[in-house]
Write a protein that binds this ligand. Structure first.
Ligand SMILES: C[C@](O)(CO)[C@H](O)COP(=O)(O)OP(=O)(O)OC[C@H]1O[C@@H](n2ccc(N)nc2=O)[C@H](O)[C@@H]1O
Ligand SMILES: Nc1ncnc2c1ncn2[C@@H]1O[C@H](COP(=O)(O)OP(=O)(O)OP(=O)(O)O)[C@@H](O)[C@H]1O
Length: 279
């Protein structure tokens, strides 16, 4: 792909999320299944010979220096010794603090795109490892396959998932992930399951209770969605909630019935990340 091309950064859903323990450094041990969906941020890159990394489209409330796209580009530069730079254009569509992994996906797409465009030649495994420095959710987006993840979300057993249409609701709140994991009342002792045992529909989101108690809008959206589909669940640390439909028409009918003041959209489950084959 060229400098001018649009590079997608898809959202993920956590089809279940169990907290199975806590490490000495405070990070939580999880089991989860990540599924990529066809709703995406989009990035473009322009090369620079001066070595600078510039974000042409800063996000409201996020200083460019702490933006995950800029941090990802700098990390790749530092790790590879690359002297080239880039101006990054980010077309942001995914909500921040939504549990859809938007920032992490942007960072992963920067790693994959610049590794390709700069010709820095890191392997996907090396980029996954590098990505973990930016956030627990970055490695899976580099990995690129729907997968059962363990550890803090960096040990993968890939899974094949059936086609599904998802109705995703965006409660109008930004959830700080650290506050949910830091809640004293968070259940942290789910019994681990074997990756081979997992099927769609198995499991729950252990972060849901804390998120719903602290952000009543999440509880309201989830309650409405559960009336449409009993298996509705929150993704990640929230705020978004989703339900899977095997019949796209049923998903569309549920979206059409959305109460005033709620916002939501449909997305198709992907078989893999759109950049899964890029080198
Ligand atoms: C909830 C998930 O979205 C599930 O996919 C991820 O585990 C969160 O990944 P993320 O947003 O990339 O999170 P990070 O930026 O790495 O971590 C934010 C904060 O959440 C807490 N955190 C995160 C992941 C984890 N396994 N245990 C934690 O306790 C830590 O306090 C950390 O400082
Ligand atoms: N490029 C970026 N896009 C979005 N958020 C960013 C970016 N860079 C830094 N951030 C910061 O990261 C925070 C989390 O954003 P993100 O969109 O990844 O949340 P999330 O969907 O809840 O993620 P997760 O599912 O990993 O918990 C934002 O509130 C913002 O302050």
């Amino acid at each position: 792909m060229n400098w001018h091309d649009a590079w997608p950064a898809p959202a993920k859903l956590n089809l279940f999320l169990h907290v199975t323990g806590r490490r000495a450094d405070g990070y939580h041990l999880l089991q989860t299944v990540f599924r990529f969906i066809d709703r995406c941020d989009t990035l473009r890159f322009a090369p620079r010979v001066d070595g600078a990394i510039e974000l042409a489209t800063p996000l409201p409330g996020v200083p460019p220096e702490s933006d995950l796209t800029v941090r990802a580009a700098r990390l790749l530069q530092a790790h590879s010794g690359c002297r080239q730079g880039a101006t990054i254009h980010l077309d942001k569509r995914l909500p921040m603090g939504g549990g859809l992994g938007g920032g992490s996906s942007d960072a992963a797409t920067v790693l994959l795109a610049l590794n390709h465009l700069w010709g820095t030649g890191l392997t996907r495994a090396e980029l996954e490892h590098l990505g973990l420095n930016l956030g627990a959710d970055v490695p899976v987006f580099v990995h690129g396959r729907n997968t059962f993840a363990e550890g803090v979300g960096e040990r993968f057993t890939d899974v094949a998932l059936p086609a599904a249409t998802y109705l995703v609701l965006e409660p109008p709140v930004h959830v700080p992930t650290a506050a949910i994991f830091g809640a004293p009342e968070l259940p942290r002792e789910s019994t681990p399951i074997a990756a081979a045992q997992w099927r769609p529909g198995i499991g729950r989101n252990d972060l849901e209770g804390v998120a719903c108690a602290r952000f009543p809008a999440i509880a309201e959206h989830l309650a409405w969605l559960r009336e449409q589909a009993a298996t509705a669940m929150m993704t990640g640390s929230g705020a978004c909630v989703f339900a899977a439909f095997s019949d796209p028409a049923a998903a569309a009918a549920a979206l059409a019935a959305l109460p005033a003041g709620f916002s939501g959209w449909l997305a198709e489950g992907l078989e893999q990340h759109p950049l899964a084959e890029i080198r």
